[in-house]
Write a protein that binds this ligand. Structure first.
Ligand code: PLP
Length: 355
């Protein structure tokens, strides 16, 4: 018998019956989803359980945002949109512009003042976005994006658009489909809080349908300088080098609090130092290179390792690819080159420590 190759068809075709699409909805897909679940021997040893990494950097534009974007752009297209807008700390704009380009829509991007990782800006620029920088933070960008969509013929595709959350919940489906059951614990970074809300929705839907028997506790981690859920109120000037989670007034506040409380979970904070160290360790121990925000969940699990039940199955979503922000990654490295030598094999062996 010939082997039957299975081409992953993107999250809309793979999970169509769970999503708000009709047979008339045009499917705008770049083949997102179907991302690897990589076992981490290192983290499993530390928590005395089984820890898996859901590697969302493997999506078409390098972050989980593509799951929600295929759904939001497809629905917007079906409704006749010609232009789309988003506020973004980088990855939403990278994703939106790619899907807008594929669909032939005009992408408009609002970014906050201050640093946006160069890789993410390059993605938006190459895909033809009109990039507008605001003298304000992410939260102000989102307000202007909402107002643009209210007053002008342009569709808003931030995660306040409920279709985004619907698309993003497919990550939970994939995890249950691969593991055969929901994990005991799900760990992830929290910024605008759409993703923790989406995962919780996905886990609940599978449990309600009887596909899984359990739902996990949801553990979210914010950066210490941008931790409104930990403080219990929005903050004016969020600060962290993990720019993807530098958000002071999360749009999905109530959904995220429900995910935390209904799952008997938690949302705690980690320091920028812990984030950078987790980012480096994850790359050097597992070969999984993620952007700083994506390491917040790993840093959080390391902090709370003693509280994980022995033998637990844990999934950590690592949300975006390390190549998006090489500047931050290399900022902690004294020098990229360890030695300079003449082209001579013995000299190379010597400095490499082989003799
Ligand atoms: C968007 C994003 C987050 C935060 O997700 P929210 O849904 O805003 O909580 C974390 N990491 C990366 C890489 C992101 O792009």
């Amino acid at each position: 018998m010939p082997r039957q190759a299975h081409l992953w068809r993107g999250v809309i075709e793979e999970y169509r019956e769970w999503l708000p699409v009709t047979p008339q909805t045009p499917v705008i897909s770049l083949g997102e989803g179907g991302t690897p679940l990589v076992h981490s021997g290192w983290l499993s040893g530390i928590v005395h359980g089984d820890v898996w990494l859901k590697v969302e950097g493997n999506n078409p534009t390098g972050s989980f945002k593509d799951r929600g974007m295929t759904a939001a752009i497809s629905v917007a297209c079906g409704e006749g949109a010609k232009a789309v807008v988003c506020a973004s700390t980088g990855n939403t704009s990278a994703s939106m512009t790619a899907y807008a380009a594929h669909a032939g829509l005009t992408p408009i991007v609002l970014v906050p003042h201050g640093k946006i990782a160069a890789g993410k800006m390059a993605q938006a620029v190459m895909c033809g976005a009109t990039v507008i920088q605001l003298n304000g933070g992410f939260d102000q960008c989102l307000q202007v994006a909402r107002d643009l969509a209210d007053q002008y013929p342009v569709a808003l595709v931030n995660s306040v658009n409920p279709v985004r959350i619907q698309g993003q919940k497919t990550a939970s489906f994939e995890i249950v489909d691969v593991l055969g059951e929901a994990p005991d614990l799900h760990v992830l970074p929290v910024g605008n809080a759409g993703n923790i809300s989406a995962y919780w929705l996905g886990y609940r839907e599978y449990a309600e349908a009887g596909i899984s028997q359990n739902t996990p506790a949801m553990w979210g981690f914010q950066a210490e300088g941008a931790a409104p859920f930990v403080l219990g109120h929005p903050i004016e000037h969020p600060e962290t080098l993990a720019t993807a989670i530098r958000i002071g007034n999360p749009a999905s506040w109530h959904l995220a609090v429900a995910a935390r409380d209904d799952s008997a979970g938690r949302i705690h904070a980690v320091t920028d130092q812990q984030i950078l160290s987790a980012q480096r360790e994850l790359a050097s121990r597992e070969g999984v290179f993620v952007e700083p925000a994506s390491a917040a969940g790993v840093a959080g699990l390391l902090n709370s390792a003693a509280e994980v039940e022995r033998g637990a199955t844990v999934v950590i979503t690592v949300t975006g690819h390390g190549l998006k922000d090489t500047e931050t990654a290399l900022s902690g490295v004294d020098s990229i080159v360890d030695s300079v030598i003449e082209p001579d094999v013995h000299a190379a062996a010597q400095v490499a420590g082989l003799v």
